[in-house]
Design a protein around this ligand. Structure first.
Ligand code: SF4
Length: 179
């Protein structure tokens, strides 16, 4: 994988809320803060989530104190869970999958975040042996996104994140040595 491919992977990690069933607005536990003025327990839809999964205050989020919503990015995890893992079935219309889907979103979101870090690391000028290890890890993570719901729920992400964290922690040291 060359830098161009890594760049394309990173740039492809974009949320498409039109293909998602409001998963971040429902699955996440949010404690009231300066970024989000109300407490929203995990698994409970936000009071502003509409039946079509749009946000009722979308054009006024910052003015109403919900600036966290304007910067949160699932990187595409939401639409993958909605359209690929659960094949277009929504937690709202199918109560049997509700809990599972919301839990899977939280796992997928972490996988996507880790893919983004890995793809970004591959954009640096790093030794081949190092980038080779990162490419292996990236492929491994991409494969995880194709697992079914049961497999995702039984994943121990630490097994994937720990070796990757060790690798990524090396990158700044290498760069500062070169500077
Ligand atoms: S305020 Fe809108 S974008 Fe933010 S969690 Fe609620 S529904 Fe989602």
């Amino acid at each position: 994988m060359d830098k161009e491919t890594a760049k394309n992977i990173r740039e492809s990690l974009t949320a498409d809320c039109t293909k998602c069933f409001g998963l971040c607005c429902t699955a996440l536990n949010i404690v009231a803060s300066s970024d989000f003025p109300i407490n929203k327990p995990a698994g409970t839809p936000c009071v502003h989530l509409q039946t079509d999964y749009g946000c009722q205050i979308h054009s006024n989020l910052r003015k109403k104190g919900f600036k966290g919503c304007t910067v949160f990015d699932c990187l595409g995890a939401g639409q993958v869970v909605s359209q690929v893992t659960f094949k277009g079935q929504s937690w709202r219309e199918n109560s049997e999958i509700r809990q599972k889907m919301l839990q899977v979103f939280q796992i997928m979101e972490q996988i996507y975040e880790t893919i983004a870090y890995t793809a970004e690391a591959l954009l640096y000028d790093i030794p081949y042996a190092f980038s080779d290890q990162l490419r292996v890890r990236l492929k491994e993570l991409q494969n995880l996104t194709k697992l079914d719901a049961e497999q995702l729920l039984s994943l121990n992400l630490v097994i994937y994140r720990f070796p990757l964290n060790k690798l990524l922690a090396k990158k700044p040291a290498y760069i500062s040595e070169k500077a």
